[in-house]
Design a protein around this ligand. Structure first.
Ligand code: G6P
Length: 614
């Protein structure tokens, strides 16, 4: 995801900015750029690709400016290109801006600005911001000094819908920078005679260990010796400076002990980024796809093909895709699919789910489907990854880089994106009531808050993990989509705690597994599908009778839960998106168990993040 760096001081800004961008490289990006204030105005240098390309731009070493902004871009609106990379300037070249986040109302803002005579050179949502600031700057021409700049930034921000962390410089104020954030991280590092900015502490940790953390809609004016803070109404705010004790390695994890924990806690943001602006209009926006009613109506089958966690996301996605499109949908393990001569032809749509976009079996399965005449759609988290270059169509989860081997936020983003895709397909097919589809959209838009709530509730599982961590076997049960969720939870435990675990469809219990249940065995039940809850409870009763210890994850508020040892009640949701919420306690449970065992959760033995060989 995008990264931001900024500097105001007495040293040359450009090497500091470039160093900061390098420290943010792990976040993943496709282009980079910087703007500094020089004697003759604002300089702008940017390029596609690595920070190295930016460093090689001729003249970059001649920049003398001691104030500047910098950015690494992870494309959301508009493909990776030099034009779309940040910083972006207004038409008059007075303002330069970098931005993280998504401006949801960018289309209407752009139209409005166009009607006022502004022109645009990029496809980004960000380019609106410098022009909006300029627009207000001309309106506030009677204001004196930095007030005029601050008021203009504020008015522009109040027009923005969505998430943003913004740095702005203005050629009229060569000693200042204004910054603001909403739902996107931004920290200010305070040092002697200089101030730094970054979206992540690691980028500037080598310069300072004292930071100001900005709250939503807080504005800051930075100069080399000072930082002034203002609230949304521009009342001055006194801000406490925080000292950070992290070492460089710990800070890379943004204060979390492990990348996995960080990524689990990022799921409110990542699922929000996955939806982005797709639900902004009356119909779901998927300009990357060329599906017509005729094409979708001609389909006899959809295959979802993937490996590991992505395959489990496919199991969860199957429900919503099949129910809304009314097209038979099957989920296949890529390594099986590629060798079983599947029934695929031009009437088949093949969807390939892969976080990395580099998994060898998934790529091979895609090539096979193409040869057999199917249309292929890749769903990946990495822009420009191998699978997206092979597929007929590609869409991205925009979950941000996932570093821990055990996948967490990529899974939830894949489930969310398949929900969005299913709604889009149904709208193209015109086969469901639009009011019903709109209500599903509403629920998806409410997900980030529910994710936050679920994260808090799930922390209670630490105690249960202490009871379980020395066990040899753990069983997971569920029916329907709850079985898919249980299967992903079971994989998480296996991957990072090395405890043998199995996931069963509740009804299968009697056909063998129940022979393994004895006193003290842990059984985890997932109960979110209200039509199946009673059936699953009967299965859980069968294991309780045989002495099992039970944990249930449920969103059913009026359930009689007396019989269970531990109950985690998560927020209510429809069954299409319940995997996003119900998997969170299971992820955290696996994490806590592995930590109790003292294991390296980020790099479990024998496993790789990206499996590029068969
Ligand atoms: C490896 C990883 C898993 C991942 C699977 C598929 O096994 O350890 O976390 O789910 O590959 O990866 P993909 O990048 O295709 O989603």
């Amino acid at each position: 995801m995008c990264g931001i760096v900024g500097y105001v001081g007495t040293k040359k800004a450009s090497p500091i900015l470039i160093n900061g961008l390098k420290r943010l490289e792990y976040r993943g990006y496709d282009s980079a750029g910087i703007s500094t204030i020089e004697k003759d105005g604002i300089s702008l240098m940017k390029d596609m690709g690595r920070v190295k390309n930016l460093e090689n731009i001729s003249g970059i070493n001649d920049l003398e400016g001691t104030i500047g902004i910098a950015h690494t871009r992870w494309a959301t609106h508009g493909k990776p290109s030099k034009e779309n990379s940040h910083p972006h300037m207004d038409n008059s070249k007075k303002f330069s801006v970098v931005h993280n986040g998504i401006i949801e109302n960018y289309e209407s803002l752009r139209e409005d600005l166009k009607s006022k005579g502004y022109t645009f050179y990029s496809d980004t949502d960000t380019e609106n911001i410098p022009n909006l600031i300029h627009y207000y700057y001309t309106k506030y021409e009677n204001e004196k000094g930095i007030e005029r700049f601050l008021k203009s930034v504020r008015s522009a921000c109040l027009d923005l819908k969505g998430s943003f962390a913004i740095e702005v410089i203005c050629s009229d104020f060569p000693d200042n920078m204004i910054v603001v954030r909403k739902d996107s991280p931004l920290v200010i590092g305070k040092a002697e005679g200089e101030n730094y900015l970054s979206s992540d502490i690691p980028a500037i940790l080598s310069f300072t260990r004292t930071f100001y953390l900005l709250d939503d809609y807080e504005f800051a004016i930075l100069s080399k010796d000072d930082v002034k803070f203002y609230d949304k109404d521009l009342n001055p705010v006194n801000k406490e400076v925080k000292s950070i004790e992290w070492d460089a390695v710990g800070a890379d994890k943004n204060g979390y002990e492990d990348y996995m924990l960080k990524e689990i806690y990022e799921q409110a943001t990542s699922t929000r980024e996955t939806v982005g602006t797709r639900f902004q209009g009356p119909k779901t926006a998927f300009e990357e796809l060329d599906f017509t009613k005729e094409y979708l109506s001609s389909l006899t089958r959809i295959y979802i093909v993937a490996c590991g966690t992505a395959m489990h996301a496919g199991l969860a996605g199957k429900t919503v895709i099949e129910k809304l499109s009314k097209i038979p949908t099957e989920v296949d393990v890529a390594s099986e699919f590629r060798y079983r001569d599947p029934l695929v032809d031009e009437k088949t749509l093949c969807i390939f789910l892969t976080q990395s976009g580099e998994t060898a079996d998934t790529i091979a399965a895609l090539k096979l489907s193409k040869e057999k005449g199917a249309k292929t759609l890749a769903i990946s988290n990495v822009i420009g990854s191998s699978i997206t270059r092979e597929a007929d169509l590609s869409i991205y989860t925009h979950a941000g880089p996932e570093i821990a081997v055990a996948s967490t936020k990529a899974y939830t983003s894949q489930v969310v994106l398949m929900n969005v895709l299913a709604i889009y397909m149904s709208e193209v097919l015109e086969n469901n009531d639009q009011k019903y589809l709109d209500s599903l959209k509403e629920e998806i838009l409410e997900l980030p808050e529910k994710v936050e709530e679920t994260l808090k509730i799930s922390e209670s599982l630490k105690d249960f993990a202490r009871q379980v961590y020395q066990e040899k076997d753990v069983f997971y049960l569920g029916r329907g989509v709850d079985h898919a969720i249980a299967t992903e939870g079971c994989l998480k435990l296996k991957e990072i705690s090395y405890i043998h675990s199995e996931s069963y469809a509740g009804g299968e219990l009697k056909h063998g597994t129940i022979a393994l249940i004895e006193k003290g065995i842990t059984v985890i039940g997932v109960l979110t599908d209200k039509n199946l809850v009673k059936k699953s409870i009967s299965n859980l009763q069968e294991v309780i009778t045989r002495g099992a210890k039970t944990l249930i994850i449920t969103n059913q508020k009026d359930l009689d839960t007396k019989a269970f040892d531990v109950v985690v009640t998560i927020p209510e949701s429809n069954t299409f998106i319940s995997p996003v919420l119900a998997v969170i306690p299971l992820q955290l449970f696996a994490y806590y168990v592995a930590k109790e065992k003292g294991l390296d959760v980020d790099k479990p033995r024998n496993l790789a993040k990206s499996v590029t060989v068969e």
